[in-house]
Design a protein around this ligand. Structure first.
Ligand SMILES: [Zn+2]
Length: 312
């Protein structure tokens, strides 16, 4: 049915032309978390290997106009591309920065300030370890029946833990590890950036720091006051190290409500970063809602095909 395909292509090209006339060239704001060769990334898609990251940077440098978040996004000569990292893992400076320097590519790193300068892991990484370690049939706190491992079970544990406070999460983990006899202790390759590393990054000409809140709670579940505390606390934590003039916020889990945008304008943020797998354009700059695309651990042809559908 070749004609279906060509009608579809024609339709796609018309949409593309319309979008370029209305909003200018697309800007692909990429969302990374980790650049690391660890193999046990349970949630998947949060870690890109060092080799693939370099392959990706080389491709972007060649094909796109690389931009910073706070640059002018109008009158581009090519499609634009912006690199961002969420969470604030130490491997951002250890593995990603040397490659960003090699290719002279700027990036913004969004810091979750909760674990900075500690050896603590984020709860999703701890869950990844615990879940891989426990038996095929395992116990959940407060349930007599044993649960069995499956993608659905893992998803429902994640959904249960996500909105809990850090104190409640800690209590859950201690119980879970006890009843399943899991010897968890924080692993160095899962730590957050420390004070010295953050100071170096904040002074680095290629790097801009932004916030990813203090506790990484989904903001849509919080009141105006609670959200305000999350934002102010994370700004203060970073400013203690060095004055940063934080202007951008990456929303944990891409989650927000109308109070979030009240705060973004009250606190004079230049923009918020979503997690919706969609391309951006200059109009996103004005609305302060910047779409982002999650980049998986892929390279070469697979990368090309993946990125093509966002290059609108
Ligand atoms: Zn995050």
């Amino acid at each position: 049915m070749w004609y279906f395909k060509s009608i579809k292509n024609l339709y796609y090209n018309l949409l593309k032309a319309k979008s370029r006339i209305l909003y200018g060239r697309p800007i692909l704001v990429l969302m990374y978390h980790r650049v690391n060769d660890i193999k046990d990334d349970k949630l998947g898609q949060l870690t890109v290997s060092v080799k693939n990251f370099e392959n990706q940077l080389r491709y972007f440098k060649d094909k796109y106009q690389i931009l910073k978040l706070n640059e002018d996004w109008t009158s581009l000569k090519k499609s634009g591309l912006v690199i961002t990292f969420d969470d604030g893992y130490a491997d951002n400076i250890i593995n990603a920065l040397p490659l960003l320097e090699k290719y002279q590519i700027p990036a913004t790193i969004f810091i979750t300030t909760l674990n900075i300068n500690t050896d603590k892991e984020f709860w999703w990484d701890r869950l990844g370890f615990d879940y891989s370690y426990c038996d095929e049939l395992f116990y959940l706190p407060n349930f007599k029946e044993r649960a069995s491992k499956s993608n659905d079970t893992y998803k429902s544990i994640t959904a249960y833990l996500n909105p809990l406070s850090n104190e409640d999460k800690e209590r859950w983990f201690l119980k879970f590890e006890k009843i399943n006899q899991i010897p968890f202790s924080p692993r160095d390759e899962y730590r957050s950036l420390n004070n010295l590393e953050l100071k170096l990054l904040s002074e680095h000409p290629l790097i801009t720091l932004g916030i990813h809140t203090h506790n990484h709670y989904p903001l849509e579940n919080l009141t105006y006051e609670e959200q305000k505390r999350e934002l102010i606390l994370s700004i203060e934590k970073l400013d203690e190290l060095t004055p940063n003039n934080i202007k951008y916020l990456a929303l944990p889990h891409g989650s927000y409500n109308s109070e979030t945008y009240k705060l973004i304008s009250e606190l004079n943020f230049s923009g918020s970063l979503l997690a919706n797998n969609y391309y951006s354009s200059e109009k996103n700059k004005f609305s302060k809602k910047i779409n982002r695309i999650l980049i998986p651990d892929i390279k070469d042809k697979e990368l090309l095909n993946y990125i093509k559908r966002f290059d609108f």
